[in-house]
Design a protein around this ligand. Structure first.
Ligand SMILES: Nc1ncnc2c1ncn2[C@@H]1O[C@H](COP(=O)(O)OP(=O)(O)OP(=O)(O)O)[C@@H](O)[C@H]1O
Ligand SMILES: [Mg+2]
Length: 480
């Protein structure tokens, strides 16, 4: 590995390679095609990023005169704008001393800056399919010289929604290119399809079997819940012991908006992230989440893949995810890079069948999710919620206030810190404990994939681990 890249990574405290990086580096540096599979959060970005940076010629290199000037040498395609931006930023970090020009090409923003950058000359392009094709058709982007093409989240890129666009892009690149595919999930049908676009690709897998697709250090909890009780449940989880940041995944954009509004009304710093928002607002929401200015991101699957935010202690599925792959990627937003995580999935009665399919596909032990209410003792126990906690930290708005719609615009930015104790003083008796039989049954359900210890008798051996570094400052709303 080039010392320039090592030094840059070392400044970001990346000193020893993760498994997938170690396994792919030498192969990728030779220009071999490869399909790399490794669990979420285990460093796939640098596994392709380092070879891409290292095999590209920088303008300061003597060989630069011999290649087409200013034309992209490598192309990385990702399914979402936010992921494209993040991959670019990782590449820029690792390549800081190489002097390579990295450009993100993505939709929802103006063309001009991207066109200007392309005209000035770039070395590596990271982009989403739509805008890439668009700029290529306008003849501003020339990808006919790329020596490397990477599909990040490759199974998604080769799935029906993206396949025609990706094939178009592939046709615009040289046949002699190196093709690299990366994802945490790689169904065999996709691998078969992918091979048609590759030359003797090597399969590299950082773990041995698909049963282990989920990250072992993430404790999984599956609860059968009533829709109307869910915001109250989340509000209580938000006051649990080890909570840092939370991503709540919803099924629809409207649901993301509604749940975010609800949590804000309860006093939490939350923001939605979905495809109906303007791109600037999407980026702003994610930036605030990264900077700990908001504690809860309520997102659709636009944030399910690849997004890497430090300090995400919990992922909550507001409804049962579509399928096993979506489940794996969503819960993979926590428990990254060796940290522990907690993944909570709320399953509606009508989704039980869907959940069971996921459970079976991933060989998980949660075939019968436990009926769970915001008042259930096992919820408090599993999640380390202090007794008496309610799901809001500010009093409900008086009814005479303006109607919801009128107030929603200024809610997201409510900067003042809510006084979270106000409601606590009204600790009630435990009359709300609707689930009487939550003891031993709760333990087997609430348990994680690690199996073994169950919490018979209600003693507190919760299967949760603290994050090793206590990383990230606690967001305001979660701090005492
Ligand atoms: N060798 C390393 N040492 C320490 N941290 C690392 C190393 N490699 C990567 N990381 C960090 O690990 C985190 C996860 O990496 P990355 O986003 O590449 O995971 P991924 O495998 O692509 O996950 P996903 O499947 O969710 O996309 C990032 O914050 C990254 O900076
Ligand atoms: Mg990734």
């Amino acid at each position: 590995m080039l010392p320039e890249i090592c030094d840059a990574l070392e400044r970001a405290n990346i000193t020893t390679p993760f498994a997938i990086q170690e396994m792919t580096l030498s192969v990728a540096l030779m220009g071999t095609d490869l399909i790399g599979q490794a669990r979420t959060g285990t460093g796939k970005t640098l596994a392709f990023g380092i070879p891409v940076l290292q095999r590209s010629v920088a303008p300061k290199d003597p060989d630069y005169a011999e290649i087409p000037q200013g034309k992209p040498q490598a192309l990385i395609v990702a399914p979402t704008r936010e992921l494209a931006l993040q991959v670019s930023s990782d590449l820029s970090l690792a390549g800081a001393d190489r002097g390579l020009r990295v450009l993100t090409v993505y939709g929802g923003v103006g063309y001009e800056p991207q066109i200007e950058a392309l005209e000035a000359g770039v070395d590596i392009v990271v982009g989403t399919p739509g805008r890439l094709i668009d700029l290529a058709n306008r003849r501003v982007l020339d990808i006919s010289h790329v020596h490397a093409l990477v599909l990040d989240e490759a199974d998604e890129m080769l799935d029906l929604g993206f396949l025609p666009d990706v094939e178009k892009i592939l046709r615009m690149t040289p046949e002699t290119r190196q093709t690299m595919l990366f994802s945490a999930t790689m169904p065999s049908a996709i691998v078969a399809l992918a091979r048609m676009h590759m030359r003797h690709p090597m399969n590299i897998r950082a773990e041995s079997s698909y049963e282990n697709a989920t990250v072992p250090a993430t404790a999984q909890f599956i609860y059968q819940c009533h829709d109307l009780d869910k915001p109250e449940i989340i509000g209580r989880i938000l006051q649990a012991e080890d909570v840092e940041k939370i991503i709540v995944f919803t099924r629809t954009k409207r649901q993301a908006q509604r749940v975010a509004d609800d949590l804000v009304e309860r006093g939490f710093k939350a923001s939605p992230l979905h495809g109906d928002m303007a791109q600037v607002a999407r980026e702003k929401a994610l930036a605030k989440f990264r900077e700990d200015k908001i504690q809860v991101l309520v997102a659709t699957d636009v944030a399910a893949r690849g997004i890497d935010v430090r300090g995400v202690s919990h992922v909550i599925n507001y409804t049962c995810p579509e399928d096993d792959k979506t489940y794996v990627h969503r819960i993979g937003r926590t428990g990254r890079a060796g940290a522990s995580g907690i993944a909570i999935t709320m399953v509606d009665w009508q989704d039980l069948h869907r959940w069971k399919l996921i459970n079976k596909a991933l060989d998980l032990p949660f075939d019968e999710p436990l009926e769970t209410y915001s008042s259930s003792e096992h919820l408090f126990h599993d999640q380390g919620i202090p007794p008496g906690t309610k799901g809001r930290i500010v009093d409900p708005a008086p009814v005479e206030r303006k109607p919801r719609e009128d107030r929603s615009s200024d809610r997201g930015d409510r900067g003042d810190r809510p006084s979270r104790n106000r409601n606590r003083t009204r600790t009630r008796t435990r009359s709300g404990e609707t689930v009487a039989d939550s003891g031993p049954a709760a333990s087997s359900e609430g348990g994680s994939s690690e199996g073994g210890e169950s919490k018979a008798g209600g003693n507190r051996n919760r299967r949760r681990r603290r994050r090793p570094s206590g990383s990230g400052s606690k967001p305001a709303a979660a701090t005492e």
